[in-house]
Design a protein around this ligand. Structure first.
Ligand SMILES: CC(C)(COP(=O)(O)OP(=O)(O)OC[C@H]1O[C@@H](n2cnc3c(N)ncnc32)[C@H](O)[C@@H]1OP(=O)(O)O)[C@@H](O)C(=O)NCCC(=O)NCCS
Length: 143
């Protein structure tokens, strides 16, 4: 599903620098199922911004024939609730602002927060605490 959604060369993307050699934050990842067929998934990876513990959201993907029926919305909303309940400070992601605005993400450039090599307009953030709201600087992989 990820190969279909992001292409077989997806491992070359900058986001994978945050996933290679870092253990997934499995507590927050979710999958959507149609019977025993996995039709969507969301994952999170530990990262940090100037000492503030954060999570990088992604990949988020839904199988093509199941798109447009609310699966992604359910995956994002339910997983973000888990992240929020756990008391984490900040969620960041690399993606289209048009897709993530509805979940409360805003462009990180307004806060001087960036991901090395990624255009500013692709970096989105959702602070969950005061520490998250104050986080500035480069996002680094792992804790
Ligand atoms: C993007 C993707 C995950 C959306 O999955 P989906 O299950 O079709 O999304 P939903 O049906 O839950 O849509 C939820 C909302 O997001 C909107 N939306 C969906 N895809 C969008 C996109 N690419 N850009 C902007 N908005 C989008 C929908 O219109 C819907 O809004 P509404 O509730 O106001 O009607 C899916 O198209 C996909 O897997 N694409 C390929 C991988 C990808 O691009 N992932 C995101 C990487 S940043």
């Amino acid at each position: 599903m990820l190969d279909v959604s992001f292409g077989p060369d997806r491992h070359a993307k900058i986001a994978y620098r945050f996933r290679d050699d870092v253990a997934e934050a499995e507590t927050y990842g979710l999958a959507a199922w149609d019977g025993d067929l996995m039709i969507g998934a969301i994952q999170y990876w530990p990262c940090s911004v100037a000492g503030v513990k954060a999570l990088l959201l992604g990949p988020l993907a839904v199988a093509p024939s199941y798109r447009g029926r609310g699966a992604a919305k359910a995956l994002v909303n339910q997983s973000l609730r888990l992240v929020e309940d756990a008391g984490l400070d900040l969620v960041v992601l690399i993606g289209d602002p048009k897709l993530y605005l509805q979940y409360g993400f805003t462009p990180a450039r307004g806060q001087d927060l960036s991901i090395d090599g990624e255009p500013d307009e692709r970096v989105q953030m959702k602070p969950l605490t005061e520490a998250g709201r104050r986080a500035t600087g480069l996002v680094s992989p792992g804790t």
